[in-house]
Design a binder for this molecule. Structure first.
Ligand code: ADP
Length: 183
């Protein structure tokens, strides 16, 4: 499904972010938000304040692979202001995930500025699930840099990309290690 082909009158929302890389916290928001709209456009934005680990096409690919079983999710990318992207695509609703404390000030400011730039834009906040409230991409990258890959933080294919990037060996299954599988 491409953005150009949304049927008229459908309810479309945009979930923007860096997704460097996508985490299970992002995917929790994507899963929940996609159930509330006809289409959810997940948009990888270029943040001039952050030097990304993965290129935009890599981040888009990881999101596409993660969302391939959610038929009403479309992944896109944009190098510019979010409000300009929304205007171009005719989208008015922005979904943001809200983690305790850390996100509020920044997201509040962003939402107000976006409204100031385009009064038609509405930002809706979805509260994080408790399981992922501590999870952010930068923390995942920090751990990966030191060779730590706790299970359940990112999809398996994203873990593989992180291991490639940091040249860390793949997780070994009990069969590969010759162990009993009980350890
Ligand atoms: P990160 O802080 O992980 O680098 P992004 O810039 O990619 O995040 O964030 C995109 C959006 O996803 C933001 O609205 C952010 O608040 C939200 N988000 C990120 N991680 C989580 C999480 N663990 N739970 C809920 N929302 C999240």
């Amino acid at each position: 499904m491409s953005i150009a082909s949304f049927p008229p009158g459908t309810r479309v929302a945009c979930y923007p972010g860096s997704f460097d890389p996508v985490t299970n916290g992002h995917l929790d928001i994507i899963n929940r938000a996609s159930g509330l709209f006809d289409y959810l456009v997940v948009c990888v934005l270029h943040n001039p304040g952050k030097e990304p680990l993965f290129t935009t096409p890599e981040r888009v690919q990881m999101l596409e692979q993660s969302c391939r079983d959610i038929p009403n999710v479309v992944v896109d990318s944009y190098d510019g202001l979010l409000v300009d992207y929304l205007q171009k695509k005719g989208i008015r609703i922005v979904i943001k995930g809200l983690r305790p404390i850390s996100d509020f000030d920044f997201e509040f400011e962003q939402a107000l500025m976006n409204k100031r730039l385009n009064n038609a834009v509405e930002t809706l906040f979805m509260v994080t699930s408790t399981t992922y409230s501590y999870l952010r991409s930068s923390l995942v990258k920090e751990l990966a840099r030191f060779g730590s890959f706790p299970p359940g933080l990112v999809p398996v294919h994203v873990e593989t990309k992180l291991r490639e990037r940091f040249r860390a060996p793949e997780r070994q299954t009990p069969l590969e290690t010759g162990g009993s599988g009980l350890a």
